[in-house]
Structure formats: structure tokens, C-alpha cells
Design a protein around this ligand. Structure first.
Ligand code: SF4
Ligand code: SF4
Length: 136
């Protein structure tokens, strides 16, 4: 690059305000079509498990505690999800959707990378089952 060309790039930038974004102190709205972790609307979920079977990254676990009572727990392995949206196409009940809502997923805590959703009591029951020494 010629010196004169370089100067024509550098000089204007000395008089502009920085482009740096002050995240996380300032947050912008995410783009509306951003794909983040799928959102599970469990009201119509039948517990069929198709979303988990079809997920190419094995990022979903569907746990059926009681099918009749519709007691389901869905665990997302956030670190495996590639945001491909396959699960949303596989679910015939329309329970899964890609939204820009849940995009701040970075963490240093490995445990936080598994997100279990469902009725609070059901999630607690499931977590108690998997942490029990008998299932270790
Ligand atoms: S978006 Fe893709 S990778 Fe993520 S849970 Fe759904 S199917 Fe799996
Ligand atoms: S495919 Fe849909 S209905 Fe079946 S378990 Fe997944 S979210 Fe529920």
C-alpha cells in the first residue's frame, strides 16, 4: 500500500468517534432473524421426541416423566446446538421456534451449558434422578 493511500485511510479515522461497541454495558436489539437457542413452547408438546431424534448435533434430550400427565423435561445442550433449526421443522406440534431472544449464551460454567426446561417440579425431579448415586 502506498503511503499516501494509507494516510487517506488513517487521517479521517482520527476525527471519527470509535466504532467499538461497549457491550455488555450497552446492548443493541439483536437482528430479528438471528437464530439462537430454540424456544420450547411446551403447552402442545406430546413428548414424541422427534426433535431429539432429528437433531444432528444431539443437542436435545426429551425426558418423559409421565406421558399421560404430560410431564416432560427438555434439556438443551447449548454447546452442541448449531442453530440449524432442524428441530423446529421436525416438531409437528409447532412447539419449537427459532427466536433472537436467547442469544447471550457464552459462559465459563460448564454446567450452565445444559439447560433443562419444563414444569419446575418436573425439572427438579429429573435433576434429582440423574444426580442420585444409583444412576451414576
Ligand atoms: S437448532 Fe439444530 S442443533 Fe440446535 S437443537 Fe435444534 S436441531 Fe439441534
Ligand atoms: S418434536 Fe415437538 S412435540 Fe415432539 S417432543 Fe419435540 S417439542 Fe415435543
Amino acid at each position: 500500500m502506498k503511503f499516501a493511500t494509507m494516510l487517506s485511510d488513517v487521517l479521517p479515522s482520527l476525527f471519527k468517534s470509535p466504532m467499538t461497541e461497549m457491550y455488555p454495558f450497552e446492548r443493541k436489539e439483536p437482528p430479528t432473524h438471528l437464530r439462537t437457542l430454540p424456544k420450547w413452547n411446551r403447552e402442545n408438546c406430546s413428548g414424541c421426541g422427534l426433535c431429539a431424534v432429528d437433531c444432528p448435533s444431539q443437542a436435545i434430550e426429551m425426558i418423559v416423566l409421565d406421558k399421560k400427565e404430560k410431564r416432560f423435561v427438555m434439556c438443551f445442550h447449548i454447546d452442541r446446538c448449531t442453530f440449524c433449526a432442524q428441530c423446529t421443522y421436525s416438531c409437528h406440534q409447532g412447539c419449537l421456534e427459532m427466536t433472537p431472544e436467547n442469544w447471550e449464551l457464552a459462559t465459563l460454567d460448564n454446567k450452565a451449558l445444559t439447560l433443562c426446561l419444563g414444569d419446575r417440579a418436573d425439572v427438579e425431579e429429573f435433576l434429582a434422578i440423574i444426580s442420585s448415586p444409583d444412576t451414576a
